[in-house]
Design a protein around this ligand. Structure first.
Ligand code: PBE
Length: 309
């Protein structure tokens, strides 16, 4: 399987400019008197803001959960807070460090994700519904894939699994297994499921299919798994890593053939609106996903409103 890094510089550029756009607040480093303008501040909640250094630890700027978190800061009037863009890997390493020191931290979170098996975490309640309800993860292909690669199209259309399935691969990768190996092992151990996706599908002779991949742990698991299945029926699978916003453009302009990482209706709703006429939606491959703000269970807050000063 060949990886192709040509979109990474674009990705970093986009992430960086969005980071700057997201950092409008001048209070990122505030350490004292956080509530100059808030009459209803209490010592207790101000203490939460201070402990957090008024920071929400985010991931890459193209992720839908980042746009939702930015809306949440506005909706809940958390003006002093700054949403810091980084990556899934940097976010989980900050989470790990905070938990080791029993410190306060708020991250942009989602499941399926291995962090919920490794740590005791909770979603902050979202009474205004900014992060939406349950989400499904859809498979999308470029226009014309059905005619050009009917066998791959059929497998992609049949692909459907559960949060637990995805979780097995994610946890294995987090415990140090190579992503391709963890995916291959899952396929090996779940031949009954895989057979339902490939039954009656003809083999092909080494045609190249390009799958778009964003470095979110959930999508690393699903993309490597479906790549393994497509290889087993004879495809040469190229995984093309790219930034979250670009993933949709790549399917729409035909640069990539398919992706299994479209979170709908809310998380990627804006992308879907932009690109729906230029992509084929093969429906959900996983149901019951979720995004939101996540904190260690030991933190003494339960709602996004509790972050308010
Ligand atoms: N995620 C994981 C992505 C979709 C997959 C929730 C970080 C996002 O927010 O766009």
């Amino acid at each position: 399987m060949k990886k192709n890094w040509k979109h990474i510089s674009l990705a970093i550029g986009v992430a960086f400019s969005l980071t700057l756009a997201a950092c409008g607040s001048e209070n990122g480093d505030t350490t004292d008197e956080p509530a100059e303008n808030g009459q209803d501040s209490t010592e207790e909640t101000a203490a939460v803001g201070e402990a957090l250094n008024y920071t929400i630890t985010g991931i890459d700027a193209g992720a839908g959960v980042m746009a939702a978190a930015q809306s949440a800061l506005e909706e809940y009037e958390l003006d002093e807070y700054e949403l810091q863009a980084s990556s899934d890997a940097a976010m989980t390493s900050a989470l790990n460090e905070a938990i080791n020191n029993e410190e306060a931290i708020v991250v942009t979170g989602w499941n399926p994700h291995w962090k919920f098996s490794k740590y005791d975490l909770k979603y902050l309640d979202d009474p205004h519904g900014v992060f939406g309800d349950a989400e499904n993860i859809h498979t999308m292909t470029r226009l014309g894939l059905e005619e050009d690669m009917p066998e791959a199209y059929q497998v992609l259309d049949n692909f459907y699994w559960t949060e637990d399935d995805m979780g097995e691969i994610m946890v294995a990768i987090n415990e140090g297994q190579d992503a391709e190996e963890a995916a291959a092992e899952w396929v090996e151990n779940n031949q009954d499921k895989v057979a339902e996706w490939t039954d009656g599908v003809d083999s092909v002779d080494g045609e190249t299919i390009v799958l778009a991949l964003v470095a979110w742990d959930s999508e690393i698991a699903s993309t490597n798994m479906i790549a393994n299945v497509l290889e087993s029926i004879g495809y040469n699978v190229e995984i093309s890593p790219m930034e979250g916003g670009y993933m949709w453009a790549a399917i729409a302009n035909g640069e990539a053939d398919a992706m299994v990482a479209a979170w709908l209706p809310a998380t990627h709703g804006a992308y879907f609106e932009d690109y729906q006429d230029d992509v084929i939606d093969l429906g959900a491959n996983l149901e019951g996903a979720k995004i939101g703000l996540v904190v260690p269970a030991y933190m003494d807050i339960d709602s996004i409103e509790d972050l308010k000063e």
